[in-house]
Design a binder for this molecule. Structure first.
Ligand SMILES: [Zn+2]
Length: 406
């Protein structure tokens, strides 16, 4: 079985927010029901998932102040899940950084316990040596990511304070950072990322105030990540932020500095959604054909999300009595990317499911244990060599490139 590397999913979020147990089997229900988990260790084992980039996400303070979010928090409290202490503190300082470290620690404890129990051969490596050892021992691997620059701190006194926190996060095993998320942070603005139906339901609207693009802090963070080895993820970033990141990498190239791969970890592509995605701002979240080639030029990755809205633009997913299938949409998007270059290069396509990120999940991969259906569809539509690249090879290359210190 070709191993799968999932470059974006959120078991850490479920562990942090809902005290979910990663070593247990879970039912395949809606992601919005507390206690559900779609990336657990039994499921990874069944699905042949060798490695996941597990993103910790401390819900941004802005989510707590959305017009219609209060009833949701009350509902969760009624179900015994109090998340008020787990949401990003609105205060200046390292509160959210500490919360991120707490979540990573909880996840590491569960991984260690699962391995020590003998039930799973699993580890969470923190550097190149540990990663290669785990790879050679054929262990399941959990790597940590952070979704959103807010985890680096809020209005800290000095730019260096953010970089010091990055260093601590890297030492704790974080290997990938999504610069933006749903609200502006000290690194950059936000392009949003909640589909219209859900945005209306919760009272979310993307912020239009504040500076556009990368701040001076954001620029320092991008350079730090390139210098020290942390993958930069551009999902949720505005076009302005993304263009500035490309400029920084191009400047580095001219100066003879190292360029490390950058990614869209969980995404579709703009040309495939244009016919159904009515919201033009949402379309701008996704890379278009020239941007896809930019990512290729940096040796990066475009990770295929398992969420139909971002693959074909249809916001009606999860309508009652509809069988919302997602695999074919992913295959179609990969087929489009293959046509973006004359030689049909797929060395920069990967899988980034976004499972456990409170997403709307297509029914043909309702749990990581069922991901073989996606693997088989990839094999049916592309060559074995291409399937190996998409399922794990490209991700493995980028992870190794990120860890490189020579
Ligand atoms: Zn996301």
């Amino acid at each position: 079985m070709i191993p799968i590397y999932d470059i974006h999913c959120h078991p850490s979020l479920k562990v942090y927010l809902c005290n979910a147990k990663i070593a247990q089997e879970h039912h395949h229900g809606s992601d919005f029901l507390p206690g559900q988990m779609h990336v657990d260790l039994p499921g990874m084992k069944t699905g042949g998932v060798q490695c996941v980039l597990s993103f910790q996400y401390v819900p941004e303070a802005g989510l707590g102040t959305m017009r219609k979010s209060k009833w949701l928090f009350s509902l969760m409290k009624g179900l015994g899940i109090s998340i008020t202490k787990k949401i990003e503190s609105g205060l200046d300082g390292n509160g959210c950084f500490d919360q991120a470290m707490e979540g990573i620690g909880k996840m590491n404890d569960q991984v260690k316990e699962a391995n020590d129990s003998g039930a799973f051969n699993i580890t969470s490596p923190k550097n190149a040596l540990e990663f290669e050892a785990a790879f050679n021992e054929n262990k399941m691997i959990i790597l940590h990511g952070l979704e959103g620059g807010h985890h680096l701190g809020k209005n800290l006194p000095d730019i260096q304070d953010y970089l010091d926190n990055l260093q601590k996060l890297k030492e704790a095993g974080v290997c990938i950072l999504t610069l933006a998320h749903f609200f502006p942070n000290n690194l950059c603005d936000s392009a949003g990322g909640i589909p219209p139906g859900e945005a209306k339901f919760f009272g979310y609207s993307r912020s239009t105030s504040g500076p556009k693009g990368l701040t001076a802090i954001g620029e320092a963070v991008v350079n730090w990540c390139q210098d020290h080895g942390m993958i930069i993820d551009l999902v949720h970033s505005s076009v302005e932020t993304r263009n500035r990141v490309y400029e920084i990498l191009d400047e580095r190239r001219v100066l003879g500095k190292r360029i490390r791969p950058i990614v869209f970890s969980h995404t579709g592509v703009r040309p495939m959604v244009a016919h159904l995605m009515l919201n033009e701002d949402d379309q701008l979240l996704l890379p278009d054909a020239p941007e896809i080639l930019k990512i290729q030029s940096y040796g990066g990755l475009i990770g295929m999300i398992l969420m139909n809205y971002w693959q074909n633009g249809d916001d009606q997913q999860d309508a009652i009595l509809e069988n919302d299938l997602g695999i074919q949409l992913v295959i179609d998007t990969i087929g489009f990317i293959k046509k973006c270059t004359a030689d049909g290069d797929l060395s920069y396509v990967s899988i980034g499911t976004d499972l456990d990120g409170f997403t709307t999940i297509p029914r043909d991969v309702s749990h990581i244990s069922k991901i073989d259906k996606l693997r088989q569809a990839i094999l049916a539509n592309f060559s074995v060599a291409e399937a190996e690249q998409i399922c794990y090879g490209n991700a493995l290359r980028v992870i190794r490139e990120n860890f490189r210190i020579d």
